[in-house]
Each structure stands twice: as C-alpha cells, then as structure tokens.
Design a protein around this ligand. Structure first.
Ligand SMILES: [Zn+2]
Length: 220
C-alpha cells in the first residue's frame, strides 16, 4: 500500500529547558484513507498556562492539507500525555489505537485528563505489543517514557521507511546519546526500559526518524 507521511505543526510549549518546543502530529495518507498519529495539545486550562502552550486546532492543521476530521478513520496515540492526545475528542467517530498498558496508566495517573482522552463514547482498539495496523503501518512498543509508549513505523511507497518516535526520544540528542546522564526531565520514567527502547527503534533501521518535539529529521 502506498503510504505518505506529512508532519503537522500543532502547538508550541515551553519545554523543561526553558525553550519553546514544537508539538507535531503526523498524517499518514493512502489511497482512500488517512490516519493521524497523535492529536496535539489539550487539557485543563492550568496545564496549558503552566506549559505556556500556544495551541492550534488540529482541524485547522488538517484543513491546510485539504482534509477534515471526518477523513481520519483511525488515530494512533503514541501515548496519553496531554500534548499527544489532547484533541482526541475532535475524532469522536475514529478508533484509537493505544497500548492497553498505556490506557491503564493514564486512567490511574491522570484522571484529570480523562475528559480529553477518555471522553464519553471513545472507542479504543487496545494493543498488547507490536502490531501491524494497516499494511505498511505498524506500531512497535517503546516503553520507558511511559510504560505503554509505542512508536510508529511507516513503510513508504518507494521502499523507504519513516519512524515516528512519539516521545521515545524528545530530540535527536536523546536518540543519538541514550547513554548520556544528561536527560531532560520527563524523558524516562524507567531509564533502563527507555534506553532499551531507543535501541529497539535503531534496530528497526528506519530511513528517517521524525520527532514530536523537534523539527530535525535524522536520515540514515
Ligand atoms: Zn510524553
């Protein structure tokens, strides 16, 4: 199947290092359909204030690409932090592909975010490990940032592949130097698992690695 990846600029927020970080979602299109990987920022107003969020509507970002939310048949959430699932409720009709362990974690740890990811009628497709969701579109589990984190591997029509990290690595620096002791706050909730997940991504030998929180793209 011919899959094409487009990065969407969905927000900026003030990072843990005091700088403004981008927030990206990714559109994966194919003849006859479209998938969204992460939905951008949403959550309690105090969180948006604390993180100095400059937000965009994901519907506006899709409109720029000639699509509406209704064109998105399924959503993959890499994980359920507020800058990755914050606009899930825009896609009430869609199925949300999430690791079961991640939904359990978010319900336990972030009940104040439930209105955003666990809205009334939300339809989850709960995953237990690596899964091919569509021909050429797979998730690989990358625990460590959160316990149920997953990254997305997309096989393009030209035979090359894109790996969408989610927060498995915030930026190329964490991706290239996972053994560094100088990690941004929040990068790893479980350091050993997180380092193993970065190696897992590298072992998949993606041609391009794209980040949620960096505009850099690693080509290999
Ligand atoms: Zn996160």
């Amino acid at each position: 199947m011919s899959l094409e990846v487009t990065r969407l600029q969905l927000a900026t927020l003030r990072g843990v290092d005091g700088r403004d970080w981008p927030v990206h979602g990714f559109l994966v299109t194919y003849p006859g359909g479209a998938v969204l990987v992460d939905t951008g920022v949403g959550g309690p107003q105090q969180w948006l204030t604390d993180w100095r969020v400059v937000n965009r509507s994901v519907a506006d970002a899709l409109d720029e690409r000639g699509l509406t939310p209704g064109d998105i048949g399924l959503v993959v959430n890499t994980h359920l932090h507020f800058d990755h699932c914050g606009q899930n409720a825009v896609f009430k009709h869609a199925a949300f592909y999430v690791q079961r362990a991640e939904l359990d974690r978010a319900r336990r740890e972030a009940p104040e975010l439930a209105d955003w990811f666990d809205f009334m009628g939300a339809r989850f497709e709960l995953l237990d490990g690596d899964t091919e969701i569509l021909p050429g579109l797979s998730v690989i589990t990358t625990p460590g940032h959160t316990v149920g984190h997953q990254s997305v591997l997309v096989a393009g029509a030209d035979g090359s592949s894109d790996l969408l990290t989610g927060d498995a690595a915030y930026t190329p620096r964490q991706y290239e130097h996972p053994d560094s002791d100088d990690l941004p706050d929040g990068q790893a909730s479980d350091l050993a698992a997180w380092r193993a997940s970065v190696q897992r991504i590298k072992a998949a030998r993606p041609d391009r690695v794209q980040f949620c929180h960096s505009t850099a793209v690693i080509h290999s």
